[in-house]
Design a protein around this ligand. Sequence first.
Ligand code: ZN
Length: 263
Amino acid sequence: MATETNFGDDSSLGPRFERFKFGEDEQNKKKRIVFIDKTLLRDRVHYKDGYGYMRCLQPDHCPACAAGMSSSDRYGTKVLEYYTDLDGNVSKPFGYTVKAFVFGNGKGNGTFCVLNGIFKQLGEKMYVRDFIVSCSNPKFQQMTFLPLESCFLAEMKQARPNDFAEVKADYVKKMSDMDILKVVAPVVTVEIMQKVVDGEIVRRSTKNPQQAAAGAAAQPAPATGQTSFGSGAPTAAPAVATAAAAPKDDTQRKMMDDLSADL
Ligand SMILES: [Zn+2]
């Protein structure tokens, strides 16, 4: 069915915010970030070579589970990446980008495990420290996280509270514009997943972005659960799929509360 639209409506293009990741030419480059969002989302996904990630459809019929495909946990949060020099020193003039950071747990030694270990050491201080992040293998996004003693934003808050207030208003706005749910585990319909499992679809369509949008519309109840870096080893059972999803507004309200508590 045709619908009327206009050139300003980019809803069919999907989420376009930037991702925190290392490009192939960025091996061993140092990036500096701060975890500005205490909300960490977790979802259960299947991965098919060529096609990519699909959210597990349990507790409803899930063609990938039915075919015996393994599933894994995938996580998403938001980070602030500073503009820096090659050594990770914050540039003058000060600048930054708010990015979506989506990662998995590998085979029990992936990014979540690394950050869980850091959380066990630092606790809530994790959110008021800057990290120097480097990546030895961009293909698999294998990152190392070096916590610094200081946090540029926290120092700005102390020394220049007015400047900090302006910066904070800006990054909070950018964070609220960013719907992480859409990138942690892209939703496909049961019909499309069946075709992917059967090999009838081998690649995510870039010609028909409505396909993904239609899939999202068919799944009104997101299965994504909230978690934290301190929640320990991910569960093997799809417990996440049955966890009640927090409405987006509540998620964001919580995020604002968390932010006002620290940075
Ligand atoms: Zn499944």
